[in-house]
Write a protein that binds this ligand. Sequence first.
Ligand SMILES: Nc1nc2c(c(=O)[nH]1)N=C([C@H](O)[C@@H](O)CO)CN2
Length: 117
Amino acid sequence: MDKVYISQLHVETIIGVYDFEKESKQSLYFDIDMLTDISAAAKADDITLAVDYAKVSERVIAHSIAKPVELLETLLEQLATLILAEFNVEQVTIRVSKPAAVEAAQTVGVEITRVKR
Ligand SMILES: Nc1nc2c(c(=O)[nH]1)N=C([C@H](O)[C@@H](O)CO)CN2
């Protein structure tokens, strides 16, 4: 299977378990791998047949800032469901990094993989 990907997509949003995290935005960085067959888009040279990484990026940003959640896990499950439902993607892997969360670490985060049913 082919892959369309997005690397280090930056979003500023409210996210976190603790009260102080609900008061100011934090940076999240998303890496998204989307498995899809690119052959029809390539043959026709037609963006409407492709997984448009710009449109996926817009949706991920819009959803991430729309309704705050506490856990990175919650946000990733929502985003994976959204991507599989709205785009021609068979499998998606999303990794999110939250660099300000743990002072002693360069970054921390969560990664999930979900398959279209
Ligand atoms: N597995 C997770 N662990 C933690 C999360 C999370 O979303 N998933 N979140 C926090 C806090 O919000 C943290 O970012 C604040 O320091 C802690 N652990």
